[in-house]
Design a protein around this ligand. Structure first.
Ligand code: AMP
Ligand code: MG
Length: 338
């Protein structure tokens, strides 16, 4: 299959691909999504094939009008309504009891469905042009870092999907926040573009699922199936170093081989003597979210790099999402260096 590289001027043409049951990668404010008609189970199945995604990992359904939610869910509780009013369109996904029109493939057999109303103007216009909700997970091969440019999508998906719409670089750079409102109190399943603190200010206490910060044990069931898989990982092995600025710099400067890279903050760069790349500014979590996936992909371009010693992010505000992604990229391997 030849993958067409399209622009925002080609939305009509791209919508015909969706109407015919094909796959189109689209820009959103979080990361690029790989979209199909969410109400067509056969089309949705192609998403799993193209990504190599396990069939038990459900997809997010994207809408372009808040009223579209009523036919997709069987209950829209008050707290969900309030979150929608405050954060939609935007980087927030809500898990709610599903209606009967959601195909088995989308919900992966669960009784719930995840819904998001994205704010990216191309995504919004495209959903409208298609005239149906779009199921769209991140447009990367399963397990690798999510794509934040059309180039990243092509690197993973060229020849496997019908088209990519190039909308430039994604703004947030990490996936949406996933929260379930199918239970009370609501529970954060994945931190992302909307922070826990912002949501708690409006709807009160939110539980944080164990899988947000910790590795699931062998026999533990994942509330969000995506959280049980190794994710976001470059080919090189990643280890997090938790400790002070000085100890991090000392630790990496004591490494003598040429196959190791320091994944640090901008401020560390002048002091580090080995190969290095930055994933953002130390206390600017937005910059870290924006750059992380792109830098993880960049690391893989140098095949001699076998080991990455990454600075351990904070866990408040937007940094919780950065921490959640990078600790998965590291397979939960952290060294305390004081
Ligand atoms: P992705 O679209 O690749 O960013 O991944 C979507 C995330 O949302 C995965 O972690 C899924 O497991 C999660 N998700 C989607 N639908 C549901 C659902 N019905 N219940 C719980 N988690 C869900
Ligand atoms: Mg993904």
């Amino acid at each position: 299959m030849k993958t067409q590289l399209l622009t925002q001027n080609d939305l009509k043409q791209a919508s015909l691909i969706i109407k015919n049951g094909g796959l189109v990668a689209i820009p959103t404010e979080t990361v690029y999504g790989l979209s199909a008609n969410a109400l067509n189970g056969k089309a949705v199945e192609k998403i799993f094939k193209a990504k190599g995604r396990p069939m038990d990992n459900p997809l997010i359904v994207h809408i372009c009008n808040i009223n579209d939610i009523y036919k997709l869910v069987s209950d829209f509780p008050e707290k969900a309504r309030i979150l929608a009013e405050n954060f939609w369109p935007g980087a927030l996904t809500m898990v709610l009891p599903k209606s009967n029109i959601i195909p088995f493939e989308v919900s992966a057999g669960l009784e719930t469905v995840a819904i998001r109303f994205p704010s990216h103007p191309i995504a919004m216009k495209f959903i409208e042009e298609c005239g149906c909700p779009l199921a769209a997970p991140s447009a990367n091969l399963s397990g690798s870092p999510s794509p934040t440019t059309a180039r990243h999508v092509m690197d993973d998906m060229n020849g496997k999907i019908d088209a990519v719409i190039d909308g430039g670089e994604c703004d947030v750079g990490l996936e949406s926040t996933v929260i379930t409102l199918a239970e009370n109190p609501p529970r954060l399943l994945r931190p992302g573009g909307v922070t826990l603190e912002e949501m708690e200010k409006i709807i009160g206490h939110i539980e944080v699922d164990n899988a947000v910060l910790n590795a699931l044990k062998e026999n533990q069931k994942a509330a969000s199936p995506g959280m049980k898989y190794k994710h976001y990982a470059p080919k090189a092995k990643v280890i997090l170093l938790r400790g002070s600025d000085e100890n991090y710099i000392d630790f990496v400067n004591n490494i003598i081989d040429n196959n190791t890279i320091a994944l640090c903050y901008d401020e560390d760069i002048p002091y580090i003597k080995i190969k290095k790349m930055s994933y953002g500014i130390k206390n600017d979590y937005i910059s870290q979210a924006h750059r992380l996936f792109s830098v993880l992909r960049e690391i893989d371009k140098d095949e001699s790099t076998k080991l990455v010693y990454a600075r351990c992010p904070d866990t408040t505000g937007m940094a919780l999402a950065v921490y959640n992604r990078i600790i998965r990229a590291a397979g939960f391997e952290v060294i305390d260096i004081g």
